[in-house]
Design a protein. Structure first.
Length: 86
């Protein structure tokens, strides 16, 4: 599908209604990635954040495996004590 749109002042580009109805990820305040493909071509895609869940869970497992010096307490107890100390 092709549609014509005007780039307004300050570089604002309105995506025409027929395209917004066709593409569900084009919503007000949605994040997009804009790339210059060629000097006369711009590509707009939905912005997706890649989350490396393996790395996150690996870090959680490592933090749980650490033993501190002194009295052994649970993470919940540690957080409660930390919050009281501020």
């Amino acid at each position: 599908m092709k549609a014509v749109s005007i780039v307004r002042g300050r570089g604002q580009l309105t995506i025409p209604d027929p395209i917004r109805k066709l593409v569900p990820w084009v919503n007000p305040l949605s994040a997009v990635t804009i790339s210059v493909v060629k000097p006369d071509e711009i590509l707009i895609k939905p912005h997706k954040t890649h989350i490396d869940w393996e790395r996150i869970w690996s870090g959680i497992e490592k933090s749980r495996a650490l033993r501190g010096k002194g009295k052994s307490i649970s993470a919940v107890e540690f957080l409660a004590q930390d919050r009281k100390s501020h």
